[in-house]
Design a protein around this ligand. Structure first.
Ligand code: ATP
Ligand code: MG
Length: 459
């Protein structure tokens, strides 16, 4: 209980502010503790992302001490204190009352630190630290779980997940980003209740999934944990369907579509949400397009005709459903629709290649291609060819971003589906061919273009 924290390996400006705020509260006669994630991260020897302060001062008392503070949620007893260029949350010790909506407490009551620890989600998030005494305060067994590297709900896991369904996803997100195991009882409760996560708002689900993908050292293992707990089926059924989808062993010796995707996610080197979502969804069009035929010698043959285009539109639908920012939807959907062209780059006309390389999304697409190759057949000749070609065109300006987006086409009443992606690509090509055309002219072209059967549609 009495051992302090290891030094912050990152800069100390944030920590200094947290000390000063706690000291001012203490000097005024209040209890002031660092709480939650910052204590967890510092005990793990990592820099804290932010410092939350928990206190027995009421919001009004805290605001009297920090005149520039603003009240964010009076009902929740949280005050935001701007300090040395950062903002700190100062929250009154509280217990939560009633969760009629399965997400937020109906009311809170101010209480002491012991009860405040009990309302938190997982033991490793329920720790306090008293900076004045350099003392960790552990009312929930959080230090032992940090040692064992376990995510365990505080109290009865079923009751805690019933209060707030978002915790189901948080459990898996923390397990994946910290590379901790789920405590067996907590995991059993997640499995039992996984379907109920659907009542959580799309924005919150999206934010948790994005953090899992971007912050996990091995995002593929995070997806596996979502799968194992049943959460994947609940929030991303199209991805869950990739499990067990067999593919040709000559291109994919590693196994089914989900296995391939998990290997790629584990190999991600950059913390980039656009790339991570593109990787996750790049082959989502395979299960619905799978068709089994035979090779001339009679062996069975699986094909996935137009899976890239189908996948691009599925990605658009999935990401829209999750209320993803529009720009990300466009980027991910475009890169997925394009990804099968990378196998033909060495046979492409130079003008076509120039466009491929000049696209604003090219760096992301090239990395997707590299991950795709190293996670399957392993051949990197197209990748090497593209790097060389990019070197050749190095000094040329990147191509302009598309003036007409998928959202524009949908707004025109053009139905979702692979044809939409093709139409979008034709309009972009027209934009590149005619730099003088305005957005209005391109929209008009998009409206008139019925495209099917034209030469470019068959490419
Ligand atoms: P990170 O910021 O890395 O996601 P964190 O632990 O700081 O981790 P926050 O979401 O910032 O997580 O929340 C701060 C603290 O508030 C948590 O450590 C936890 O104690 C508590 N908390 C947050 N969300 C919930 C929740 N849904 N249910 C119960 N307690 C929560
Ligand atoms: Mg936090």
């Amino acid at each position: 209980m009495n051992a302090g924290l290891p030094n912050d390996p990152g800069g100390d400006a944030l920590e200094r502010g947290a000390r000063e705020i706690a000291a001012r509260l203490k000097d005024a006669g209040f209890r002031a503790l660092w709480a939650g994630g910052c204590v967890r991260d510092r005990l793990l020897g990592r820099p804290a992302k932010d410092y939350d302060i928990a206190t027995n001062a009421t919001p009004d008392e805290a605001r009297a001490l920090f005149p520039r503070a603003t009240e964010v949620g009076k009902a929740f007893g949280v005050v935001c204190v701007p300090w040395r260029g950062a903002t700190y949350e100062v929250a009154t010790f509280r217990r939560d009352r009633g969760y009629a909506d399965g997400r937020r407490p109906d009311a809170v009551e101010f209480t002491d630190e012991r009860e405040d620890a009990q309302r938190r989600d997982f033991t490793v998030n329920g720790l306090f630290y008293d900076p004045a005494r350099d003392e960790v305060l552990d009312y929930v067994g959080g230090r032992a779980d940090l040692q064992r590297r376990v995510i365990r709900a505080i109290g009865d896991p079923r009751a805690r997940f019933r209060e707030d369904r978002l915790r189901l996803l948080r459990a898996v997100r923390f397990a994946s980003t910290l590379e901790f195991a789920l405590d067996p009882e907590t995991e059993a409760a997640v499995k039992e209740m996984a379907d109920t996560v659907r009542t959580v708002s799309a924005e919150r689900i999206q934010a948790e999934l994005t953090r899992l993908l971007v912050e996990s050292p091995r995002a593929g293992q995070g997806i596996r944990l979502l799968e194992r707990t049943g959460l994947l089926r609940a929030v991303l059924p199209e991805v869950a369907a990739m499990a067990g989808q067999e593919q040709p062993p000559e291109f994919h010796p590693e196994g089914d579509v989900l296995t391939h995707t998990v290997i790629m996610l584990d190999a991600l080197q950059e913390r980039d949400a656009d790339l991570a979502w593109t990787v996750l969804l790049h082959d989502v069009g395979k299960p619905p397009t799978a068709a089994t035929g035979r090779w001339p010698d009679g062996r069975p043959r699986v094909r996935f005709d137009r899976h890239a285009e189908v996948g691009a539109e599925m990605a658009r639908a999935i990401l829209s459903r999750l209320r993803m920012p529009k720009q990300r939807i466009e980027t991910v959907s475009f890169a997925i629709g394009n990804h099968m062209r990378f196998k033909d780059v060495q046979r492409m006309r130079r003008a076509t290649l120039r466009r491929l390389i000049g696209a604003p999304t090219f760096p992301l697409e090239l990395e997707l291609h590299r991950l795709d190759c190293i996670s399957s057949h392993g051949a990197l000749d197209n990748h090497a060819f593209l790097e060389q070609a990019r070197e050749e065109w190095r000094d040329e300006k990147p191509l302009p971003p598309p003036l007409v987006s998928g959202h524009d086409l949908l707004a025109m009443g053009i139905p979702e589906g692979p044809a939409l992606g093709r139409r979008l690509r034709r309009v972009y090509e027209a934009q590149l061919d005619h730099p003088e055309w305005t957005r209005e002219q391109l929209l008009e072209l998009a409206r008139r273009d019925d495209g099917e059967g034209s030469a470019s549609a068959r490419r």
